[in-house]
Design a protein around this ligand. Structure first.
Ligand code: HEM
Length: 149
């Protein structure tokens, strides 16, 4: 099995990076939708339903599958012998930030349920601030895997 993964290393990494891009695109866009949903949309209106549909589709059709693919291809890379030197710092910073990214993904899912129930309590400004979380994590993750400090 590890031989198969090693032979297909570059293809697995290609699929990993493609999945990462799709996951990040969704994680950047969904909080922006929440900002406009919070600031511009009247509860129970047709636009409210439209935003809920856009948010559901973004989460279910893009963000969820992309995160599963990122994890699967990422773990395939981890299992290639010699790929990750756990005595270095970078695998640990990357792992911590990936867990943070996964938490943020679920946090967005919980907030979507608030919009559905009509119980959203956060302001547009708070969603704008939360929008910076994936940016910060992305910077640390990419520096970790490329600089390998
Ligand atoms: C979900 C769990 C993840 C796992 C288990 C994982 C694991 C890995 C591994 C083992 C590598 C190979 C490192 C190397 O070639 O030396 C890699 C490459 C890479 N990962 Fe991840 N990763 C994950 C998530 C992410 C995320 C969330 C991002 C970006 C936000 C990311 C960005 C990258 C990039 C850009 C590379 C290519 C680095 C290079 O070729 O130099 N990964 N990943």
């Amino acid at each position: 099995m590890t031989d198969f993964l090693a032979e297909h290393y570059l293809w697995i990494k290609t699929l990993h990076v493609i999945s990462v891009i799709a996951w990040m695109a969704g994680l950047f866009y969904l909080p922006r939708l929440y900002v406009y949903h919070t600031e511009q949309v009247e509860r129970g209106s047709a636009t409210d339903m439209l935003f809920q549909t856009m948010e559901r589709r973004l989460l279910k059709a893009i963000i969820n599958p992309a995160s599963v693919a990122t994890w699967i291809f990422g773990l395939c890379l981890v299992f290639i012998p010699g790929m990750v030197d756990w005595s270095q710092i970078w695998p640990w910073t990357k792992a911590a930030c990936v867990l943070g990214m996964t938490w943020f993904h679920h946090w967005l899912g919980w907030r979507r349920k608030d919009f559905i129930a009509g119980t959203n309590r956060l302001t547009g400004r708070q969603y704008r601030m939360m929008n910076e979380v994936p940016t910060l994590l992305l910077v640390v993750i990419v520096a970790s895997v490329i600089v390998k400090f």
